[in-house]
Design a protein around this ligand. Structure first.
Ligand code: ASP
Length: 595
């Protein structure tokens, strides 16, 4: 990228952009002292800016003595302005690892414009050098952000945003901002609330997503909307979740699920290409029911097989209390077959079982095939033809969970992932995209027994399942789709309910009575009655996409100022207490002792 236009009244070039073609030019540079070596009179300074690093030499032969002395005394990370001439490095001094390695800048003047206290964490480090503890780096985020890796990630993020805007705008989408001070939208998580000072006792909510606004924009006739939207969810703390995050939020009118999936695939292709990666020309599809049956998860990692098989028939009739009880209770015996897994030690399989238990299974039933015979604690319960019926061959290990699918699905999902990691089945270079479709509309809340939305209450049932809304709501499939990449969900969306009667019916099924529906979503219901086109959309987790494409290991590495997993901003110190008087203005008093 040319950086010529970045010249200012203070600098002529960027440090990292200088090349052999600049030899002979007089330049003025501004940057940070990345490293400095004083060789007794002659000082070399590596000067860094956003474009990279260049070597500047302060040599008593070209440079006044006091300038050389000042160079020798420079503190790391100080900001300096330097004037000098670009010269070729002697052959022996060339550095092929540095893009500027053929040249150096022979300085004639120096001024320290931003002296720095000694940095609390190292900024100049080799790529494979250990980083300071993350807490410390987050505490000094402005320093950590000087690290080339983080600079590259944040710049990639910028490029991905521009590609998103260009792609969607070229496809007729308008970028429209929706409010940040909103009325609560129920996306399943808790809202961040903002007290109103002028309306005592009343609150705004920060948006969990612009869901209702984007639907209203369709009702208003904008036809295609997008927004790179900041969303807020006050969820329990979990690894690699951010309380505020960014979504690429999309909605379109006169569309079906096919249209949204096609437009989304185009956008994802543009993003992946921007980062130098390819996407397949077609993204495979799998229904939710299939994904759960074959992988125990609605976001399966399809980079490896280890598909779940139903072994109930093989265990039926076996004189084994555990499987008999599960089968009699209407459950199944399902499991995975691991080629080469017979070589795993007992301790390793115990560790895999511990994973299954963490996910709620009672235990893991194991059998392996060595030298043509079944071995393991459950082998004796199996008939002689069991190996053939289970499709087991020599060297295979089979791991089963007995019980209802609601228990075996999450357990086998976890077992699958753990086994794949141990057996090194995950091709880290593979890119497996997958659309998961036909999610169920409703789930049952185990605590209350009531129906809850799997996606959100505005998701439309499939037209062919409408009749089931009355008779068997749990069997109703939604026009909902998720895009999964290597086992993580990149985004999800749905075709919305555009018939106010269906919307009212869905609210009732969800236990939202008419008065509550009116109070919370009256504006949507009114909108739906005012002439609503068929519409639908999707939202992609932008941070997650950036993390994948930057090859980062944490969301925090692609967000300029992230929160910790404890939802704290360490460097500015948020959240924090506020003076009583400010609370009083907001008509708020704090209960109890929270010190
Ligand atoms: N609003 C949904 C979400 O944030 C996405 C969608 O349905 O478009 O998950």
């Amino acid at each position: 990228m040319s950086t010529d236009h970045l010249a200012t009244t203070q600098r002529t070039h960027l440090c990292g952009a200088l090349r052999a073609t600049d030899i002979g030019k007089r330049v003025r540079l501004g940057g940070w002292v990345h490293r400095s070596r004083d060789l007794g009179g002659l000082t070399f300074v590596d000067l860094r800016d956003r474009a990279g690093i260049v070597q500047v030499s302060f040599d008593p032969q070209n440079c006044p003595a006091e300038v050389c002395a000042a160079a020798a005394a420079l503190g790391l990370e100080s900001v300096v302005l330097v004037e000098g001439e670009v010269v070729a490095r002697p052959d022996a001094m060339r550095n092929p690892d540095l893009p500027t390695g053929d040249i150096e800048v022979r300085a004639s003047s120096l001024s320290v414009v931003g002296p720095a206290t000694p940095p609390a964490i190292p900024v100049a480090r080799a790529r494979n050098e250990n980083l300071a503890a993350e807490e410390l780096r987050l505490r000094h985020r402005f320093l950590d952000l000087r690290r080339p890796e983080l600079q590259e990630n944040i710049v990639l993020r910028h490029r991905l945003m521009q590609v998103t805007r260009r792609y969607l705008s070229e496809h007729g989408f308008f970028e429209i901002e929706t409010p940040v001070l909103t009325k609560p939208t129920p996306e399943g998580a808790r809202d961040y609330l903002v007290p109103s000072r002028v309306h005592p006792g009343e609150f705004y909510a920060l948006p969990q997503s612009p869901q209702l606004y984007k639907q209203l924009l369709m009702i208003s006739g904008f036809d295609r909307y997008f927004q790179i939207a900041r969303c807020f969810r006050d969820e329990d703390l979990r690894q690699d979740r951010q309380p505020e995050f960014t979504q690429i939020d999309i909605e379109a009118s006169f569309v079906g699920a096919e249209d949204i999936m096609r437009l989304s695939a185009g956008l994802i292709g543009a993003l992946w290409r921007e980062a130098g990666s390819d996407v397949p020309s077609t993204i495979p599809r799998m229904t939710y029911a299939d994904a759960m049956e074959r992988f125990g998860s609605d976001r399966p990692d399809t980079r490896y097989d280890l598909e779940i098989v139903d072994a109930s028939d093989v265990f039926r009739g076996a004189d084994f209390a555990i499987t008999r009880a599960a089968l009699e209770a209407g459950g199944r015996v399902r499991g995975i077959r691991v080629p080469g897994g017979a070589a795993l030690s007992r301790k390793q399989v115990d560790e895999i079982e511990a994973e299954a238990k963490k996910a709620g299974a009672q235990g893991l039933l194991r059998v392996k095939m060595t030298n043509g015979a079944l071995e393991g604690p459950i082998a004796k319960f199996l008939s002689p033809d069991a190996a053939a019926r289970l499709g087991l061959s020599d060297g295979m290990l089979a791991l089963f969970v007995a019980g209802p699918d609601r228990v075996s699905n999450p357990a086998l999902d976890r077992v699958r992932q753990d086994v794949a990691r141990r057996m090194q089945l995950v091709d880290s270079g593979a890119s497996c995209f997958l659309w998961v479709t036909d999610f169920p509309m409703f789930d049952r809340d185990p605590a209350t027994g009531g129906l809850t939305s799997v996606h959100h209450p505005f998701t439309s049932p499939r037209p062919d399942d409408l009749a089931l809304l009355e008779s068997a709501p749990e069997r109703v499939r939604a026009q909902a789709y998720d895009l999964v990449f290597n086992g993580t969900e990149l985004g999800g969306g749905s075709i919305r309910i555009s018939d106010p009667r269906v919307q009212a019916r869905v609210f009732t099924l969800l236990g939202i009575d008419e008065a509550t529906a009116q109070a919370r979503f009256g504006f949507l219901l009114e909108g739906l009655r005012a002439g609503a086109p068929p519409h639908g959309g999707i939202a992609f987790g932008f941070d997650r996409i950036a993390m994948q494409l930057a090859n980062a290991s944490s969301l925090r590495d692609v967000i300029a100022f992230p929160k910790t997993t404890a939802a704290r901003a360490l460097f500015e110190g948020a959240p924090s207490t506020v003076p009583e008087a400010d609370l009083a203005d907001l008509h708020i008093s704090i209960n109890g002792d929270h010190s």
